[in-house]
Design a protein around this ligand. Structure first.
Ligand code: MN
Length: 501
C-alpha cells in the first residue's frame, strides 16, 4: 500500500470535439493507460485517477470545481493529448484552487518513420497542443510545475512524485494546527513572524497555550502510562546505567516519561501536528522536554525550539512529504564549526531536541545537566546522524513576505568519536563548500534553526514554495556568491511586485 494512498491526483486530458468520436475514444484509451501506469509508479505516493476527456469549457470548469471540493484530491495533472484550444481553459483554470502540474508527454514514444501518416500525426499532437496550453497558463500567471518526457520514463514519475508529495504537504498545511507552549525565546529575532500572514499564505493555524494547560495534562498521566512509556524506552534504546531500574537517576527517567505522555495526550486531544516550547518558560515542568520531543518528532510531529513555530511547521510539512521514504527528518540547528583547511564542516545539534529518525548508529538514552536554563537534568536521546546526502531548509519572515532557503549538504561521520558531547548531533559539509554556503546563507538572512532531511530533496520544497507563491532560494553545487546576491535582489523586486497592493 502506498503511504499517502488515501490521497489522489486527477489526470485530466484536454482535447476538442473536432476530432470525432472515434479519435476521441482512442485519446481516452491512451490517457487511461497513462493514468493507470502512473498510478502504479512506486515513486508516486498517491493514487492517480483518470478523468474523462475534456472537450469543452463547461466540462473543464466542472472538473475544476469538483477538484476544489474533493478533499482527497491534492492536485490536477493536465495533458493536452491533442489540440485543445486554450480559451476553453480560462474559466476552469481561474476556478481551480488545487495545485496544477502540466505533463508534457506523447502517447507514442517513437516516430514510426516508415509508416507515419496523418492519422498518427492527429493522435500525437502534444508537441503543439501543450504549447497552446502552456501559453495560456503563462498568460494567466498560473503557478504550475511543468514535466517533460515520455510517460514511461522513470524520471517523469519521479518528478511527478516530488510534486505530489509537495501537494500532500500543501493540503496538510491547510489543516495544520500548531501549539505553542510559552512565547519565543526573549529578544530573538528570526523565530518571530506574522502568524496572520502565515495563515493567509500557508494555511497554518498557530496558537499559544498556557504552560498550566500542559502541566495539567502531565499531572493527569497515570503511573501505568509512565510504566508503559518507560518500557518503550527500554525496548528501543540503550539505557544509561544511572537511568536503569536501580540507577540513581531512575526518577528522572520516569519524570521524562510522564512529560512525554502528558505532551502526547495534549497534542492528540487538540489535534495538533506541530508544537514549540522554550526553556525560558517551563513553569510547572521539572525538566525541559528532551526525549519527549525527540520521540514525538519521530512519530511525525513538527517541532521548533525557543518558540520557533515556523521551523516546527517546516519539520511537520517535510515529514508529510517524506512519508514512506528512507532517511529521517529532524529539527536542527547550525551549532558549531570545524574550520580546518582539511575539510570545513558544520556540527549541527540542539540542546536536546533532535529526531532519532536521522540516527545512523545506536541511540542511547542518557541524562545530563543542561548548560542553560534552571531545571532538573533532562533525559535525552544521544546519537550521530547517518552519513549521506541531505538538505537543510529554513523559513524566514522577511517582514513583507516569507522566504524558504535550502542548502544541499553531505552528512559525514565525525572525524573522531565525541565521547563528551551529551546531545544528538549531525556533521555535514554544505554544498558547494562551507565558505560559499555560509556566506550565501547569511546574505539570504537564513535562520540558525532548520529542518534537516535525508528523505526529501530540493525539488519537493521548491514545488511546495511554488504552490504557496513563496520564494525558494537554493544553495547547491552551482551556487556562486556574486550571482546568488543578484538573485536575491531580483527576487526581492519580483516578490514585492508580484504581491501587488
Ligand atoms: Mn535553538
Amino acid at each position: 500500500m502506498k503511504p499517502l494512498s488515501d490521497l489522489e491526483v486527477w489526470f485530466a486530458t484536454g482535447s476538442q470535439g473536432l476530432y470525432g468520436e472515434e479519435a476521441l475514444s482512442e485519446v481516452a484509451a491512451n490517457a487511461q493507460r497513462i493514468a493507470v501506469y502512473l498510478d502504479g509508479a512506486p515513486t508516486i505516493p498517491v493514487r492517480v485517477v483518470y478523468r474523462p476527456i475534456l472537450t469543452s469549457a463547461e466540462s473543464i470548469r466542472a472538473l475544476c470545481l469538483e477538484a476544489n471540493a474533493a478533499d482527497a484530491c491534492v492536485g490536477v495533472v493536465a495533458w493536452m493529448h491533442t489540440f485543445s484550444p486554450a480559451r476553453m481553459w480560462i474559466t476552469g483554470l481561474q476556478t481551480l484552487q488545487k495545485p496544477l502540474l502540466h505533463l508534457h508527454t506523447q502517447f507514442n514514444r517513437d516516430l514510426p518513420w516508415g509508416e507515419i501518416d496523418m492519422e498518427f500525426m492527429n493522435l500525437n499532437q502534444a508537441a503543439h497542443g501543450d504549447r497552446e496550453f502552456g501559453f495560456l497558463e503563462t498568460r494567466l500567471s498560473r503557478a504550475r510545475k511543468t514535466v517533460v518526457g515520455h510517460w514511461q520514463d522513470a524520471f517523469v514519475a519521479e518528478r511527478l512524485g516530488w510534486w505530489t508529495r509537495a501537494a500532500c504537504a500543501w493540503r496538510e498545511a491547510h489543516r495544520l494546527r500548531v501549539a505553542r507552549f510559552g512565547d519565543n525565546m526573549r529578544d530573538v529575532a528570526v523565530t518571530e513572524g506574522d502568524k496572520v500572514e502565515a495563515q493567509i499564505r500557508l494555511g497554518i493555524t498557530v496558537n499559544g497555550y498556557g504552560l498550566t494547560d500542559l502541566v495539567t495534562a502531565v499531572e493527569n498521566v497515570s503511573e501505568r502510562e509512565v510504566d508503559a512509556t518507560v518500557e518503550a524506552y527500554e525496548a528501543s534504546y540503550q539505557i544509561a546505567p544511572t537511568l536503569r531500574e536501580d540507577g540513581q537517576a531512575r526518577a528522572a527517567l520516569r519524570e521524562a516519561a510522564r512529560i512525554e505522555a502528558g505532551l502526547r495526550a495534549f497534542l492528540a486531544v487538540g489535534d495538533f501536528g506541530a508544537f514549540t516550547d522554550t526553556f525560558e518558560d517551563l513553569d510547572g515542568l521539572t525538566q525541559l522536554p528532551g526525549i519527549a520531543v525527540q520521540r514525538l518528532m519521530a512519530d511525525g510531529y513538527g517541532f521548533g525550539a525557543e518558540g520557533d513555530w515556523k521551523t516546527a511547521v517546516m519539520v511537520r510539512l517535510v515529514k508529510i512529504m517524506a512519508q514512506g521514504l528512507p532517511g529521517g527528518t529532524s529539527f536542527m540547528e547550525d551549532y558549531t564549526y570545524h574550520l580546518s583547511p582539511d575539510g570545513p564542516k558544520v556540527l549541527g545539534a540542539h540542546m536536546l531536541e533532535v529526531c532519532p529518525s536521522i540516527a545512523g548508529d545506536e541511540v542511547s538514552c542518557e541524562v545530563h545537566p543542561l548548560a542553560i536554563g534552571r531545571r532538573r537534568d533532562p533525559v535525552r536521546l544521544v546519537f550521530t546522524a547517518e552519513p549521506g546526502p541531505a538538505i537543510v531548509a529554513a523559513l524566514m519572515d522577511l517582514g513583507d513576505r516569507f522566504r524558504i532557503l535550502v542548502n544541499e549538504v553531505e552528512l559525514l561521520p565525525p572525524d573522531q568519536p565525541l565521547p563528551r558531547l551529551p546531545v544528538a548531533r549531525a556533521i555535514w559539509r554544505p554544498r558547494p563548500d562551507l565558505r560559499t554556503a555560509a556566506e550565501a546563507w547569511l546574505i539570504a538572512g537564513g535562520s540558525h534553526h532548520t529542518v534537516l532531511t535525508r528523505a526529501v530533496g530540493t525539488e519537493a520544497l521548491s514545488d511546495f514554495a511554488d504552490m504557496a507563491g513563496v520564494e525558494c532560494t537554493v544553495i547547491d553545487d552551482d551556487t556562486r556568491v556574486p550571482r546568488f546576491k543578484k538573485e536575491l535582489r531580483w527576487n526581492q523586486a519580483y516578490y514585492h511586485v508580484a504581491r501587488g497592493l
